[in-house]
Design a protein around this ligand. Structure first.
Ligand code: ZN
Length: 402
């Protein structure tokens, strides 16, 4: 049964949250910048049509066939009709065919199927998932298969908290993470109608590990913040967060060029335990030039400097000059050119020594919103999750939407 949301259901609660990093370092992308709207406006989008208690997560795509396992697996159409002529098995390989999805040896004329295990959980590539898996043909990519976990928001968060925080962090930090992640997921769901899913499962959105990533702490952090999201002006906010800020979080304006009242950049004294609190990165002048698009002939004599820094000291505009050519690049673009995992943040200074550029920096991630290591530090020092969230997202109010 669908439970629908309305602003009228909002119960006023109180403040803030926390979290961690692991998969960040290996991801080439992170949460992106703002779309046209930075806040969801309920009354313009007919909220009664959107079920914010559930979420769809893409866990794989571009597959010609997928094998899923589970006890008492059943397949349904999108109308809830059981596909009955499939031989009972604990493992099925589904293939994409021109006329629809083939389950085992049984062709169906359906381009989307829902797999459900009525005993235990569904497994895919060694991971277990709660609730249903959708198998969908993508007409834009040669009808290859997309795999989607359709799950309640709270169950999704059970499998997220430990991917976005460390086991040693206090419960209050994990509760802050739960609220920030719930808010982010809900915003994304409300922001754009899903083609196949509301979110991916990597650090581009938020890292989700399914059932195997759950433990008692993650479930407790979620259940003790059940249904709570961050709002500003009665709208769900875009609750960016990042691994660690290195002393000062970034304003949305300095990173994406657009000021957002609840993302102003704040001082953070609590993330010093972050392994990326300070770092150094060296790169040869010719390699850096190549990454920045400097023509081969100029790679031994180009010039770069920081034209502008934001409230947190992050480089927001960087100038590259060679010959008569001048280019100004924003800080995050510059970072993406070099690689997010090596230029860990734009809170850096640099110097050239002979043919080598040496970057020295602080923090990991875009720096906007909650500093996960900072939240962990605040929780360690005794702050409650609301205090943590209200600190990193000033002016917001925590509300329960279901
Ligand atoms: Zn911090």
């Amino acid at each position: 049964m669908r439970i629908l949301i309305s602003v009228a259901f909002f119960l006023l609660l109180s403040v803030t949250a926390a979290q961690a990093y692991e998969d960040y370092e290996n991801e080439e992308q992170q949460q992106d910048g703002f779309g046209d709207e930075d806040q969801y406006v309920y009354d313009q989008q007919n909220p009664s049509d959107i079920n914010v208690r559930s979420i769809t997560i893409c866990i794989d795509e571009n597959r010609q066939e997928v094998t899923i396992k589970g006890k008492a697996l059943h397949f349904f159409t999108t109308d809830g009709e059981l596909i009955g002529d499939i031989e009972q098995n604990n493992q099925y390989t589904l293939r994409s065919a021109p006329d629809g999805i083939v389950v085992g040896t049984t062709p169906t004329e359906h381009r989307k199927l829902i797999a459900r295990s009525t005993i235990g959980y569904i497994q895919y590539e060694g991971k277990s998932y709660r609730e249903d898996l959708q198998i969908v043909q993508n007409p834009d990519k040669g009808y290859s298969l997309v795999l989607v976990n359709e799950i309640s928001m709270e169950s999704y968060l059970y499998g997220l908290i430990n991917k976005e925080s460390l086991p040693s962090w206090k419960l209050e930090a994990k509760k802050a993470q739960a609220v920030a992640a719930r808010t982010y997921a809900m915003y994304r769901k409300l922001e754009r109608p899903a083609q196949f899913c509301d979110l991916g499962h990597t650090a581009v959105d938020q890292v989700y590990g399914g059932l195997d990533s759950e433990d008692a702490n993650s479930r407790q952090a979620v259940s003790e913040t059940h249904g709570e999201v961050l709002t500003y002006d009665n709208k769900i906010v875009k609750s960016y967060y990042h691994s660690c800020c290195g002393g000062y979080t970034a304003s949305a304006e300095e990173v994406w060029g657009r000021a957002v009242p609840y993302l102003p950049g704040v001082r953070c004294d609590d993330c010093k335990a972050c392994p990326n609190d300070s770092w150094e990165f060296k790169i040869s002048m010719s390699e850096l030039g190549a990454k920045l698009g400097v023509p081969q002939a100029s790679r031994s004599r180009y010039f770069i400097d920081v034209l502008q820094r934001g409230v947190s000291g992050r480089a927001s505009k960087i100038r590259i000059k060679y010959g008569s050519h001048t280019e100004v690049m924003n800080g995050e673009n510059f970072r993406s050119r070099l690689g997010y995992s090596v230029l860990k943040s734009t809170r850096f200074t640099f110097a050239r020594k002979g043919g080598t550029y040496i970057f020295k920096g602080r923090g990991l991630g875009h720096g906007v919103g909650m500093c996960q290591w900072g939240a962990a530090g605040m929780a360690e020092a005794g702050s409650a999750y609301r205090e943590i969230l209200y600190y990193f997202y000033p002016g917001t109010i925590i509300r329960r939407v279901y």
